[in-house]
Design a protein around this ligand. Structure first.
Ligand SMILES: [Zn+2]
Length: 100
């Protein structure tokens, strides 16, 4: 977040108004989604991105792997730290509670 704050601090008035407009129109959200999709597509087979914080890591060295889902449709998620795994499970739990 510091990197983003530094960029915002360096922007002038017209740039900030343009950024503000992009934020309200949803253009920034689309740009972020597109960049994430691009990064996920380009990672190698041994590289994984933590689904919570986006940290790149070697999937073979991960200590925190979660396999979940139904019998016919298993999903695998690899986390950089136990905090990310814990956050993911809490979000998964909330999603399941809302579903019922
Ligand atoms: Zn993480």
């Amino acid at each position: 977040m510091n990197k983003l704050l530094n960029i915002i601090q360096s922007m002038d008035y017209p740039e900030l108004k343009s950024l503000q407009k992009d934020l309200y129109c949803g253009n920034m959200s689309l740009a972020i989604k597109s960049k994430i999709k691009h990064l996920e597509k380009n990672k190698s087979d041994n590289q994984s991105l933590c689904p919570v914080c986006g940290t790149e890591m070697e999937s073979t060295k991960s200590k925190f792997t979660l396999i979940f889902g139904t019998t016919g449709f298993k999903k695998k998620a690899i986390f950089c730290e136990i905090d990310c795994l814990q956050f993911f499970i809490s979000q998964l739990k909330e999603t399941e509670i809302k579903r019922w």
